[in-house]
Design a protein around this ligand. Structure first.
Ligand code: PRX
Length: 656
């Protein structure tokens, strides 16, 4: 039986979406790019793989070190130590280093609030605020190695608090402001945080979410927490508890703006960020100082082609890794002007993003496919209202981007001038591992293209052998890279088990992928989102992409359903475009369409028209719930982390 299963899984994950189009950068883009040609990329890449230690040592010269390292890499799988013996400080690299240059009065953070208020911090001003808050932390007896939990909206104080932690060597653990008080409690308890920074509330589509009262509930059962510092953002009424709670504006008042940076060892912990695993208990991904900083510094330069004069905007929330690496640490260490936005793409109107692009003259814009599809659904007239000529590069992250969304993004937002970097990575990887380098490569919609220098991805069959071109398999990373997670907080056994047990010595990503005959990578989603239909494995993303490529479809999600003959069948949830009627006859049409796009095997067995999908507040579809609906069961489990839990009842009611 075990052998049969093994044989079964050795059959390849089939990739059936043929997408042949290629989009080269313009000559102008290429000529000005940091990396200008495939030859240049290949040379850099080959060198990085042939002599990784020499390569990364050379790159590390870009950072400021108080003391240089003794060894570049000590690799005792699965534990890596980068730049042992070296001493540096993240806030020093992100701030102080720029103060003796013309960047002193360059915008570091350009912040736009949900109600339309805005604040701009130059490097000089940001440095002052960070030093002041670092002194506040010290006064509240936070010392090197202590954990500080940040449960905050997307306001400048969040970035200030992060950088202040790094200045004195405290380890930050940011909990996304959309999480519930229970989720916050679990994370505080796991990290043993000593101090929490929060706000009275946060804005969400004009409503005020009570972060402080969530914090009160959580902290009441977290004895490790000694102090809570509260930013006043929304003027919500809050209860301040005696000795424990302090207003940010009070503690900052009169504080000194001088705070020498603590000399941190390369492998000193920098932050913990919790992410979901296959079990219910969140994993505390631990990143450390020097390797992480170097990795986000270099990838920002390579992938976003950052230039001194660029205004760069990553729309992620800092509560997720994308915000850590590519709103704060990567851009600031490069001296960029980084936009931070508190709101959502379509509030108060569906052109909110484009208004901001126009207002600040954004050059580089990095967002998620889910946002692109949502905006696309609202119609082309919204971006058409704004001058988007400042844009020169677009990016995508978080899930595979279906070619139709890619093409829309390219045409309607980028006006066919801007390369799109589809960046593949994970909380665990710290930074981008696979992505086009925009001046060097012809881009294929839906492909994440090539590995970043120093990254060696391979795709394996179940038995550990490497796949051939266009054969799907498990994506693993063969060699350590500086940005990789070092362990799971207080749980090295789980770290080993989750990431290094399936193929010992190799980092297991949990994603399926293939590479094509030219060596470009195509991500196929999580292994657990791959469905086995009649012994053929089909990436759900590919079926979704086929569905979305039909004119009437705005969004689709496909999950497995039990099927008597095929083992598993495909159950598709389809959201139709606004003006399309939900007619039964459409279902036949869509099946035929998928059959045409991919093959008869990928035809959904069932299609349910829905008004909305169950999404987390960060926009990820909660497939677990769709699987329950599709399998005919009733119990959807915990739905409290959904942006709108009422979606579930409607899905169950309309089940087909
Ligand atoms: O399945 C991959 C998908 O998102 C997962 C990582 O999620 P998280 O740790 O939350 O980090 C998201 C932001 C980096 C991956 O295992 N993913 C992320 N980017 C892409 C992607 N899948 C396909 N293409 C991408 N560009």
């Amino acid at each position: 039986m075990a052998e049969e299963q093994a044989q079964e899984s050795e059959k390849t994950i089939e990739s059936m979406l043929a997408e042949g189009r290629k989009f080269p950068p313009s000559d102008d883009f290429r000529n000005r790019a940091n990396i200008k040609s495939m030859e240049e990329y290949q040379k850099l890449y080959d060198r990085s793989v042939a002599e990784p230690e020499k390569f990364w040592a050379e790159m590390a010269e870009e950072l400021y070190w108080f003391r240089k390292w003794d060894s570049v890499l000590l690799w005792d799988p699965p534990f890596a130590k980068w730049f042992e013996g070296g001493e540096t400080n993240v806030s020093f690299n992100c701030l102080d280093r720029h103060l003796k240059t013309w960047r002193k009065n360059k915008a570091a953070i350009i912040w736009e609030g949900e109600p339309g208020d805005s604040r701009i911090f130059t490097y000089h001003q940001l440095h002052r605020e960070v030093c002041k808050f670092a002194n506040v932390l010290k006064k509240h007896e936070v010392v090197k190695g202590d954990r500080v939990c940040l449960y905050m909206p997307m306001i400048p104080e969040l970035a200030i608090a992060m950088l202040a932690c790094t200045r004195i060597g405290a380890v930050h653990s940011i909990v996304f402001g959309g999480f519930s008080s229970d989720a916050l409690r679990d994370r505080i308890q796991d990290s043993g945080a000593k101090l929490v920074v929060t706000s009275d509330g946060s804005f969400r589509r004009g409503k005020r979410i009570p972060l402080k009262s969530n914090t009160d509930r959580a902290v009441s059962v977290c004895p490790s927490v000694e102090n809570v510092i509260v930013v006043n953002r929304t003027n919500l009424e809050v209860r301040m508890k005696g000795q424990r709670d302090h207003w940010w504006h009070d503690v900052m008042e009169g504080e000194s703006a001088e705070c020498p940076p603590t000399h941190m060892e390369s492998e000193d912990p920098l932050f913990i960020l919790y992410t979901s695993g296959t079990t219910g208990k969140p994993k505390g991904v631990l990143h450390t100082t020097a390797g992480y900083l170097l990795y986000v510094h270099m990838t920002s330069k390579w992938v976003f082609d950052l230039k001194e004069e660029d205004t760069y905007w990553c729309t992620a929330d800092i509560g997720w890794v994308t915000g850590h690496s590519y709103i704060v640490y990567g851009p600031l260490s490069n001296g960029a002007a980084s936009i931070m936005f508190e709101g959502v793409p379509n509030y108060p109107s569906p052109d909110r993003f484009w208004g901001i692009v126009e207002k600040y003259g954004v050059n580089i814009f990095y967002t998620a496919p889910t946002a692109i599809r949502a905006i696309m659904k609202d119609g082309d007239e919204w971006p058409a209202r704004h001058d988007l000529r400042s844009l020169r590069l677009l990016g995508s992250v978080g899930e595979p981007i279906n070619p139709e969304a890619w093409i829309w993004y390219y045409k309607v937002i980028g006006k066919e001038r801007c390369p799109i970097v589809d960046t593949w990575w994970q909380t665990e990887t710290g930074g981008i591992l696979i992505s086009p380098l925009p001046g060097a490569m012809d881009i294929k919609p839906g492909s994440a293209a090539r590995p970043i220098p120093g990254v060696v991805p391979v795709i394996l069959r179940e038995d550990g052998s490497e796949v051939g071109a266009n054969e799907g398999g498990y994506l693993v990373i063969k060699q350590p890279w500086p940005g990789m997670l070092r362990t799971l907080y207080k749980d090295p056994d789980r770290f080993k088990e989750v990431y290094f047990s399936k193929y010992p010595g190799f980092y297991f990503t949990g994603d399926g992928a293939r590479f094509d005959e030219e060596g470009d990578f195509w991500l196929m989603g999580r292994i657990d989102d791959v469905i086995n239909v009649s012994g053929h494995r089909i990436g759900t993303m590919e079926v979704e992409s086929a569905l979305v490529s039909h004119d009437v479809v705005a969004e689709a999600a496909v999950v497995p359903m039990p099927h008597e003959i095929k083992g598993q069948g495909l159950y598709a949830f389809v959201i139709l475009k606004e003006d399309v009627q939900k007619e039964e006859s459409l279902k036949k049409l869509l099946r035929a369409h998928v059959s045409k796009e991919i093959g008869p095997i990928a035809k959904p067995d069932k299609i349910q028209f829905a008004d909305a999908l169950p999404k987390t507040r960060s926009g990820k579809i909660m497939r677990r719930i769709l699987k329950v609906v599709a399998s005919g069961e009733e119990d959807c489990g915990d739905t409290t982390t959904l942006a709108d839990p009422s979606v579930v009842d409607r899905l169950l009611r309309d089940r087909v």
